[in-house]
Write a protein that binds this ligand. Structure first.
Ligand code: ATP
Length: 293
């Protein structure tokens, strides 16, 4: 789906505090997006503090780029439109059924008559016209390399080429009044696949790196915040044993560890006939994982 979600700011459910580490990235996004959106009056004088229409988040998979984009919308008090680059000519739909989104979707349909079946250019026009009605808004283009990747020569699908050109034209056409209130935030794991023309339109590029041990500890602290952990569990040992793990890998590891006590309890229940006893899950531990390192 072209537009995979449209979410008003209060409903995103992720804040900067829910993201471990990445302090420099949060600081940069604060200066580039949050402040100009929250305090536009501070950015009107002179030419130096011009709003930035496009920002690129790049880095290895699972390092929190999508999470950052969502939290950014919350922090900036902006609506959030999420587009996935890998599918461009299919339906437009809004995930969220809340009244505000339905109403906005109606506006969108009115603008383009009907766009259930893909017409890439119409969809792109609709997207930008929709966005100006929603402003302040963050348009998050995940896998931006698929939507706006390097030109594919003669093998490139005509619809893809038209879509890209239309997207760039609409982007360039954002009036300066709008550009402070409509930010395109692209994310990619493959920055080298991006077209030069796109790179130019994303003048601020922020690297979202894999966490080191100290930052893994910060991320684990957030992920395990509400878990019942075994007494004596050392966050530091786990952080040290997870070299090379992304935030997403850490989350998956913790989910697996949280599932173990459930499996064990189910096994026990199978063995024992006395199932009247209220089930008690043992606390989480990562002993096997850490010892196997
Ligand atoms: P991809 O490039 O593969 O699309 P991504 O960089 O967009 O990945 P996310 O989708 O944001 O990564 O991260 C996946 C999940 O990993 C998040 O929903 C979150 O649960 C967890 N996660 C990643 N980074 C962090 C972090 N810094 N703090 C807390 N949780 C994190």
């Amino acid at each position: 789906n072209f537009v995979s979600a449209v979410v008003p700011p209060g409903e995103i459910g992720v804040k900067f505090d829910d993201i471990g580490a990445l302090e420099d990235v949060k600081t940069a996004l604060n200066e580039l997006v949050i402040l100009p959106m929250r305090r536009p009056e501070l950015f009107t004088r002179g030419n130096l503090l011009r709003p930035c229409k496009g920002i690129l988040l790049f880095g290895p998979p699972g390092t929190g780029k999508t999470l950052l984009a969502k939290a950014l919308a919350t922090e900036a008090g902006a609506n959030f439109i999420s587009i996935t680059g890998s599918s461009l000519t299919s339906k437009i739909w809004a995930l969220d059924g809340s009244a505000i989104v339905v109403e906005l979707r109606d506006i969108l349909y009115k603008d383009v008559n009907c766009c259930w079946f893909g017409d890439a250019e119409k969809l792109t026009k609709a997207l930008f016209s929709f966005a100006s009605k929603l402003a302040p808004v963050i348009i998050f283009v995940d896998e931006v390399d698929s939507l706006l990747g390097a030109r594919g020569g003669s093998f490139e699908h005509e619809a893809t080429r038209r879509m890209r050109n239309e997207f760039m034209a609409a982007w360039d056409g954002l009036r300066s009044r709008d550009s402070q209130r409509i930010i395109i935030l692209g994310a990619t794991n493959r920055p080298f696949d991006l077209d030069d023309a796109v790179i130019r339109r994303l003048p601020r590029r922020i690297y979202v790196d894999l966490p080191d041990a100290e930052n893994r500890m910060k991320i684990l602290k957030i992920i395990l915040d509400r878990e019942n952990l075994e007494p004596g569990f050392q966050l530091k040992s786990l952080a040290n044993a997870t070299e090379g793990y992304s935030g997403s890998d850490l989350k998956n590891l913790c989910i697996a560890a949280a599932y173990r006590p459930v499996q064990e309890l189910l096994q026990e229940e199978k063995k024992e006939s006395n199932i009247d006893v209220a089930p008690v899950l043992r606390p989480l531990n990562f002993d096997d994982f850490i010892q196997s390192k």
